[in-house]
Write a protein that binds this ligand. Sequence first.
Ligand code: ADE
Ligand code: ZN
Length: 322
Amino acid sequence: DQLRAALQQMPKAELHIHIEGSLEPELIFALAERNGVALAYPSVEALRAAYAFTDLQSFLDIYYAGASVLLKEQDFYDMTAAYLRRAEADNVRHTEIFFDPQTHTARGVPMQTVIDGIYRACQDSPVSATLILSFLRHLSEEDAFATLEAALPLRDKFIGIGLDSSEVGNPPEKFARVFARCRELGFHLVAHAGEEGPPAYIETALDVLHVERIDHGVRCLEDAALTARLAREQVALTVCPLSNVKLCVFDRMEQHNMVQLLDAGLMATINSDDPAYFGGYMNANFLATFEALPLGLSHAQRLARNSFAAAFLPADVKQRYL
Ligand code: ADE
Ligand code: ZN
């Protein structure tokens, strides 16, 4: 119908996509063969059948295993180019892509191989694309510092720093010093917070790390004062509806709190997180959300507008979409 067409056709920005989470099972198997990497699953179908998650960690285990097929610059290029074709098809005009270098450098893949492959695919795409280097929060702050050091010779190829992986037990303040350094260096800062972790992690991401956006943030509604602050300061939340259902943050899409987030006046956006694992790219996320919840055309326009308003783009470029 009309709403469906509008959701598909409207120009949008994606602000929360892990490039390793765009690796489709078919490409995992093709790269495994190309690189002589052994996989724990006998077929594409068997791998896809294992995508039944109970929480964030059950997903992360299989997501890091999938990334083990990425060895050469061309592998990172092919993965990123495939994502950007899907984004283009969904009328994504701008995307800010997370990458997890520690997943690769820990296996002996050089930092430059990772960044150059992803960056070259971005340059070859008609979609505007920038990169956000994410630290894995289950690893130490010392490891994050070493990762930053290794990436700094390539600093012109990424615009921001993020924080992802296992949230509960790894609060933002664990990374206070390395984020302070990234801030001095002039990078944009974001962090996953309030996905599985408590609202207090959203507060320390803002007050200790000084992040400009919160990735996920859906648990903010458990704290009325925090919700009021996020609305007052118009802090963007990069919400990922299909991810939230797949990782059991909400049991069903009908229970997702997107309507309450918008009604509270929050700067919420819709994003795909790990589209190869969670059942779809940007338009699939918009369609699933709007199908399950009482949302209409004005909400669609507001979400699209929010996505550009919250993007790390120059004001004059943003203005074309607002
Ligand atoms: N890494 C990839 N996807 C993630 C998510 N949804 N939460 C935390 N870390 C992630
Ligand atoms: Zn994420």
